[in-house]
Design a protein around this ligand. Structure first.
Ligand SMILES: [Zn+2]
Length: 196
């Protein structure tokens, strides 16, 4: 709230439900933090969760399904885990091999409209890098530059709207660790450029 941005070099455990863990996720950090903010921070009346990890944020969707103060948006691989999807407030399922241009256009067509409609006071951004073509589990076809432009688009938009944002890491399962680290590092480089 003070600095406009905070980032967790881990976290983004969006497959955890209120009553159980699932898919490498024990506790749903963004859900817990969103609930904490709504209970303790009077300036935050409405939260938007932007989940761009390649897997649907099923735990997050279920936790907030009947909670109008948290809007859940998940853009994910249609045919990827979890095979039984929950219902987010907005789901954008993508076909396998979705490329940079298609992905970025869809995001650009969606996010500004979403901010207008939801009017959030706070954003959680789950910046999973398992959207990369190199990812073993992702099935999409983004380049590292496409992934960087995704982060830049989301963070620049939040910055321009003076919306406080928390970024969490999410997934990344490329064969070469360097591919994962570089993509995550890009997220931090963009934050540094925009905010500091
Ligand atoms: Zn994932």
């Amino acid at each position: 709230m003070q600095h406009g941005i905070a980032a967790n070099i881990a976290g983004g455990t969006h497959h955890a439900f209120a009553d159980r863990g699932e898919g490498f996720c024990l506790l749903n950090d963004q859900a817990a933090a969103a609930n904490y903010l709504l209970a303790n921070e009077p300036a935050v009346q409405k939260v938007l969760i932007v989940d761009l990890d390649v897997h649907q944020g099923n735990g997050t969707a279920a936790i907030f399904q009947h909670k109008p103060r948290v809007f859940t948006f998940s853009m994910h691989g249609a045919r990827n885990y979890p095979h039984r999807k929950e219902q987010s407030d907005l789901d954008l399922p993508l076909p396998d091999q979705t490329d940079d241009a298609t992905y970025l256009k869809l995001l650009a067509d969606t996010m500004p409209r979403l901010l207008d409609e939801v009017q959030p006071d706070f954003v959680f951004y789950l910046a999973g890098v398992d959207v990369l073509a190199t990812d073993k589990l992702g099935h999409l076809a983004l380049t590292r530059e496409g992934c960087r432009q995704r982060d830049e688009f989301v963070l620049e938009l939040c910055h321009r709207h003076q919306l406080p944002v928390v970024v969490c890491m999410g997934g990344g399962y490329s064969e070469r660790i360097a591919d994962i680290v570089e993509a995550h590092a890009n997220t931090f480089r963009i934050m540094q450029e925009l905010y500091f």
